[in-house]
Design a protein around this ligand. Structure first.
Ligand code: SF4
Length: 396
């Protein structure tokens, strides 16, 4: 397909699929098992129509990334994933070198799916693995086995997809450093290009969160948490990996372009129930009600901007002030291990970070939590475990 007009500013597309086979014990994302195949069909058609409405917001601007996330997008199966990506390619201007990612879980991963994804321009898979030990998978409420992880990777490779990210979770209750080391080693044996490793957190509305609140499970000690994180950092560094964001590592050149776009506060069009997007200064999110989302779109008469942002679809829609945008730029930017560029900040906002946060920057540098080297300000390694304490200084 010939490439349409390309405009320089970076733009991404996020498509949210809210279906999962069952709810994991730690998950607070908006997701639920589909009631029927028809429900997934109707949702797919609603998404396609919503993407078509979204065109009016971006005109012919070209997208550098497309990300099908969830939930479990792989649960839609090859036909629906094909239909969505075909609509994306036909409706929007997608750069020929765009990064196009599919999130998948091992229990719904198969070669047909990945072949169909690749045929529609897909080139990156993010596989939810979490652990390489069946008892840990059970504790997390995952519905796949370690064998299925290995089969999924085999399907991804045999479909000719060679950009693979694995998601892992560490600091599970009672997990030892040795067990976490084994998980990471098993992950590396699969030769991924990217690893996201998150420490388990106990969200209120999750099963593990409730057990924690009732005192029935205990999180790992803080020092064990830090030991696991530090070991991840050192082990991957030794193997030539790049630590580019607090919880993300990659082989050189394999950073997630889509996630970088979030951390650099670039624009992204988002569609789907509960999806969050940002276009220009407008930050928005859609309702967390799948049936209403589909019904409103199906009955919509307006195909333009006002249809895309129909009040019955919106959870939230705000126009950010310059101050809010510059705070976000600092907070999200400092999540990246190379930090923020002062020049980039100045070009975007017309002043220097020090003009607004002089006292905070001095204090954080004096404590050794921030480091400035020429044009860049970054989080010191010692401040990573307490990064939220640093970020809070840039809210005012
Ligand atoms: S598969 Fe992912 S989105 Fe779905 S319930 Fe589990 S953690 Fe949540």
């Amino acid at each position: 397909m010939p490439e349409k007009k390309v405009v320089d500013r970076i733009l991404g597309l996020y498509v949210h699929i809210p279906f999962c086979r069952s709810k994991c014990n730690y998950c607070s994302f908006f997701s639920a098992p589909p009631q029927s195949e028809e429900e997934m069909d109707r949702y797919t058609e609603a998404l396609i129509r919503h993407i078509q409405m979204g065109k009016s917001l971006v005109q012919d601007r070209a997208f550098s990334t497309v990300y099908l996330g969830g939930g479990t997008p792989s649960l839609l199966g090859s036909d629906r994933i094909s239909r969505i990506l075909e609509a994306v390619q036909q409706t929007l201007s997608i750069r020929s070198d765009a990064e196009i990612t599919l999130e998948a879980n091992p229990e719904s991963a198969n070669q047909d799916l990945f072949l169909a994804f690749k045929k529609q321009g897909g080139n990156r898979v993010s596989l939810g693995v979490q652990s390489f030990q069946d008892d840990e998978l059970t504790r997390l409420g995952r519905v796949h086995s370690v064998d299925q992880i290995e089969q999924a990777v085999e399907s991804i490779r045999s479909a000719g997809l060679n950009n693979l990210s694995l998601d892992l979770i560490f600091a599970l209750p009672e997990q030892t450093l040795d067990r976490w080391r084994e998980n990471l080693s098993r992950a590396l044996l699969l030769q991924p290009d990217h690893i996201s490793a998150y420490g388990l957190s106990y969200e209120d509305e999750t099963l593990l969160g409730r057990l924690y609140a009732q005192g029935k499970i205990a999180p790992v000690l803080d020092e064990d948490y830090v030991q696991m994180y530090d070991w991840t950092r050192l082990c991957l560094k030794e193997q030539g990996w790049i630590h580019y964001e607090i919880s993300n590592w990659s082989r050189p050149g394999r950073q997630s372009r889509h996630n970088r776009l979030y951390w650099n506060r670039e624009e992204y069009l988002a569609v789907g129930v509960s999806a969050h997007g940002m276009i220009g200064r407008i930050r928005y999110s859609f309702i967390r009600k799948a049936v209403q989302y589909v019904d409103v779109i199906q009955n919509m008469k307006d195909n333009g901007k006002s249809g895309f942002w129909h009040p019955d679809l919106m959870q939230d829609k705000v126009e950010l002030t310059q101050e809010e945008m510059s705070s976000d730029f600092m907070i999200f930017g400092l999540r990246q291990m190379d930090g923020i560029s002062i020049n980039a900040f100045r070009n975007r906002f017309g002043y220097d970070p020090a003009d607004r946060w002089s006292d905070a920057l001095s204090a954080l540098k004096a404590r050794g939590w921030l480091v400035q080297q020429e044009d860049r300000v970054r989080l010191a390694h010692c401040a990573v475990p307490i990064s939220n304490e640093v970020f809070v200084h840039f809210l005012d």
